[in-house]
Design a protein around this ligand. Structure first.
Ligand code: FAD
Ligand code: MLT
Ligand code: ZN
Length: 487
């Protein structure tokens, strides 16, 4: 595979027989090796641009399996790809021009819906938003939700064990999945498309594949859970005096909202101000209060609209009375609720417009978050005067996007070049100190691969390598992502 050096000595022409076989499997229109391939070769944050031998777009599971077998025979490695919205450089090829990008884009059918079992069986290339809309049309909720939903795919969501904004109620992609169909690194098909909620028949292969970022096989289909559509949904934007107060508010929401808390997002003042700066048409609520943090709270209920409104309307004044909230607005209808969510979802884009930044996707116990932020803000301000902190995320499940933006009027590229590794080291040392995780929901890819070895125990790394070696001894599937096998 790419990491075994003898392959580098092959010339482009040596790949012609493989490309010909691939064309026979998927049709010539679906083996793309000419023209502008940047949609598949460049990551969403535009931090890296790889070079693919070809982009191959199979139409069904048998074609995926045949493509994998052809690549194994030719000793060519494979980068599975869904919507290419991943944040950790796991879905693009390296720059060698020797890797196949296996795009699941054409595999986008709903295979079946089982309303008695509350499950839906989906091709891996289904785009998340189209699945949400399909389920809503059938009067069910598909609860995975994130700002990239217009492009990301079910296969990508499962391969990264994606989180998003409703994890606090429904869990992440792993918790929503009951069965998988997977093409193995040898090109065999594992049919694990069960919709069972109990199945203790040995090692759970589904959970091994979920979150493996394309390194253990290609997910071709999945059985996912459905939920009843909420009858009522209430959304509030609240100014909170501190992070401690936000955590108190979270506990109160769990206690008072009858298990119906479905979203609890935190937005630091500077993160929101970037939305105001780069998207001035979006009206930011409550900005005059200059509060350090705002939260977006969503309550979803199966009760009637009247009952749910009554419950929410007694919760918000209670939160104010207890001093957890300074000021709040409640959306009057679903359009206003969407506008509030749109503000939150615009933070990553606003931050990208502001310039290069250093991202951290960290998980902490809710009880540790306030202390972590207070100490880490201070350490960063001391080490990098003027540095700006874009702090926001899914507070409901202890996941902060604790990002570091270069000081204003400073050359961001130069700042990153000089300080990125040291900033990571400072932040991750704090994460360890507070017993957190250096990757909450985005995964490892290549971006955090070499950092992972510093923070994961040698025993855990040895077990991960043993699994990878057992399932993919030739290192065909997404080599060099998550964990190196050549070191
Ligand atoms: P890709 O980017 O194509 O791939 C991601 C990884 O999965 C790669 O390692 C790839 O090799 C592998 N892979 C893809 N498909 C398959 C398959 N079928 N079989 C095996 N391996 C596969 N993530 C969150 O968790 N929560 C968020 O709230 C969130 N918000 C985002 C907002 C924005 C604006 C953006 C750009 C991204 C966001 N992300 C978020 C990150 C990203 O959208 C998720 O990681 C998503 O799950 C990736 O899906 P994808 O189809 O784009 O996968
Ligand atoms: C989000 O929650 O908005 C995302 O995970 C995206 C990001 O962190 O950039
Ligand atoms: Zn996120």
């Amino acid at each position: 595979m790419h990491q075994s050096n003898h392959l580098h000595t092959l010339t482009m022409n040596d790949y012609s027989p493989l490309l010909e076989v691939l064309r026979q499997i998927v049709g010539s229109d679906n083996v793309i090796n000419q023209g502008d391939l940047s949609a598949w070769e460049r990551d969403w944050r535009k931090r890296q641009h790889g070079k693919a031998l070809a982009v191959v777009r199979p139409a069904n599971t048998e074609e995926v399996a045949a493509v994998v077998r052809a690549c194994v025979a030719a000793q060519v490695s494979i980068v599975p790809q869904g919507g290419n919205t991943g944040m950790v450089l796991g879905s693009i090829p390296d720059d060698s021009g020797t890797q196949i990008v296996l795009s699941l884009q054409r595999m986008n059918r709903v295979r079946a819906i089982d309303t008695a079992n509350l499950t839906i069986t989906l091709d891996a290339g289904c785009v998340l938003q189209s699945v949400q809309e399909f389920c809503k049309g059938a009067s069910y909720l598909f609860p995975l939700r994130m700002a990239s939903e217009g492009s990301c795919t079910i296969g990508g969501n499962l391969s990264t064990n994606a989180g998003g904004t409703q994890v606090v109620r429904y869990g992440n992609a792993r918790e929503l999945c009951l069965g998988l169909e997977v093409v193995t690194p040898q090109g065999a098909i594992w049919d694990g498309l069960t919709g069972l909620r109990k199945d203790n028949t040995g090692y759970d292969l589904r959970h091994l594949i979920i979150g493996s970022e394309g390194t253990l096989g290609v997910i071709t289909a999945a059985v996912m859970k459905l939920y009843p559509l909420p009858r009522a949904q209430l959304t509030a934007f609240a100014a909170v005096p501190s992070l401690e107060a936000a955590v108190d508010l979270l506990v109160l929401a769990h206690e008072e909202l009858d298990g119906g808390l479905s979203g609890f997002e935190i937005m630091g003042h500077f993160a929101l101000s970037l939305v105001g700066r780069h998207f001035p048409h979006l009206r930011l609520p409550l900005q005059e209060s200059k509060t350090p943090y705002n939260v977006l709270i969503e309550y979803s209920s199966l009760e009637t609209e009247t009952k749910a409104t009554e419950r929410f309307e007694s919760f918000m004044p209670l939160a104010m009375e207890l001093g957890y909230v300074n000021d709040a607005i409640v959306a009057k209808n679903s359009t206003e609720a969407r506008q509030l969510w749109h503000i939150r979802e615009s933070i990553p884009l606003a931050q990208a417009q502001e310039g290069l930044n250093i991202k951290h996707d960290i998980a902490l116990a809710a009880s540790r978050i306030a202390a972590f932020v207070q100490q880490t803000d201070a350490l960063l301000a001391q080490a990098y005067p003027g540095v700006r902190l874009v702090n926001y995320g899914h507070l409901g499940d202890g996941n902060l996007h604790y990002n570091v933006q270069a000081p204003e009027n400073c050359d961001a590229a130069a700042f990153l070049q000089e300080n990125e590794s040291a900033v990571h080291a400072l932040v991750y040392a704090q994460v360890v100190r507070h017993q957190g995780s250096i990757s909450a929901e985005h995964g490892i890819g290549t971006l955090k691969r070499d950092v992972l070895v510093q923070y994961k125990s040698p025993q855990a790394l040895a077990m991960m390598r043993a699994i990878k070696h057992a399932l993919d001894p030739l290192n065909t599937m997404n080599p060099g992502r998550v964990i190196r096998m050549d070191k």
